[in-house]
Design a protein around this ligand. Structure first.
Ligand code: IPM
Ligand code: MG
Length: 356
């Protein structure tokens, strides 16, 4: 198979982890006899520095010309404490999601058994947890009208959803539930928000098309509690953009670390694959970042965009093998991990490559 992959490393540790996952993609190409060509594009702070624009037109054009996108992270601390900044790295990420119509963000929360001890949640609560989040990605309060009034003393962000937007993400979640344990939990705040009432109305109406799927509705506050109390109760979880952003960071603790969580952003055309973690400037340049989230994102790319299941599984089992052998990056190390088994970004990548 011939595929053209656009690599967008972005900022901070995005550069470091994508360098490793790209090697993994190349290795899969050699092993399975595929031909992958690569191109690079800028986004976020890196793009602001080079062009003044967090999302240069060229990045969109190259994205549209690619078969899949391997994405790192965006962000820079200099903007975090400067609320008045007009141009921000995150605009690059939000902009590319919108421009490419990537309305469905799949975030699998899968706990590798070897990492049971890496979470702050008790192992007996966690063992066997396996959740697939569907986070809506191009609507909600993220993309509604925003601004200031009263001479800047009042601010607003409008949350908005159309029936069509809810339906298309819900359909993806229902279809996935069918192929898994046939349970779907839809998360909203329908006791307070009008967007959530529309959300619930749409999901309820669609449930009759999927009689084999058991649908449960949870309010987001209660869900935040239940996820930690009893993560095994959930299988496919469907939610809006902002709730999904927050709940998946929380859920990363079920998988041991943010450094383990991969994601796929898909729509009707090209797919974008990125770890859920950010640019982590506190550890940037130190070679400490966990590359597994980015590597597992590449596995999702093979499965979802290219339909290459064996290639995807080869990556996941290599990661499993590395963990079984006791190797850890700092973020997933536990009290039993000796210094000789605590690896940096490149060494961890090398262990994965060796096993593919
Ligand atoms: C994520 C991130 C982004 C988001 C930021 C960087 C804009 O937190 O992908 O979860 O809020 O969607
Ligand atoms: Mg987030």
């Amino acid at each position: 198979m011939k595929k053209h992959i656009l690599v967008i490393p972005g900022d901070g540790i995005g550069q470091e982890v994508v360098a490793v996952s790209k090697q993994v993609v190349e290795k899969i190409g050699q092993k399975f006899g595929h031909e992958f060509s690569f191109d690079y594009a800028l986004i976020g702070h890196a793009a602001i520095e080079a062009t003044g624009n967090p999302l240069p037109d060229e990045t969109i054009e190259k994205s549209k010309a690619s078969d899949a996108i391997l994405f790192g992270a965006v962000g820079h601390p200099k903007y975090d404490n400067d609320p008045s900044a007009k141009v921000r790295p995150e605009q690059g990420l939000l902009g590319i999601r919108k421009a490419l119509g990537l309305y469905a963000n799949l975030r699998p929360i899968k706990l590798f058994d070897e990492l049971l001890g890496a979470s702050s949640i008790r192992p007996e609560v966690l063992k066997g947890a396996d959740i697939l989040f569907f986070r809506e990605l191009t609507g909600d309060i993220y993309f509604g009208e925003k601004g200031r009034k009263d001479n800047g003393n009042t601010a607003y962000d409008i949350a908005q959803y159309s029936r069509y937007e809810v339906e298309r993400i819900a359909r993806k979640a229902f279809e996935a539930a069918r192929t898994r344990s046939k349970k779907l939990c839809s998360v909203d705040k329908a006791n307070v928000l009008e967007t959530s009432r529309l959300w619930r109305e749409v999901v309820q109406a669609m449930a009759s098309e999927y009689p084999d799927v058991t649908v449960e509705h949870q309010f987001v506050d209660s869900m935040a509690m239940l996820l930690i109390k009893d993560p095994r109760r959930f299988d496919v979880v469907l939610t809006a953009n902002l709730f999904g952003d927050i709940l998946t960071d929380e859920a990363s603790q079920i998988a041991g670390s943010m450094g383990m969580l991969a994601s796929a952003s898909i729509g009707d055309t090209v797919g974008l694959y990125e770890p859920i973690h950010g640019s982590a400037h506190d550890i940037t340049g130190k070679g400490l970042a966990n590359p597994l989230a980015s590597i597992l994102s590449a596995a999702l790319m093979f499965e979802i965009s290219f339909g290459l299941k064996a290639e995807s599984e080869a990556i996941v089992s290599a990661v499993d093998g590395v963990l079984k052998a006791g190797f850890r990056t700092r973020d997933i190390a536990d009290t039993h991990t000796g210094p000789e088994k605590t690896l940096g970004t490149e060494a961890m990548g090398a262990e994965v490559l060796r096993r593919i």
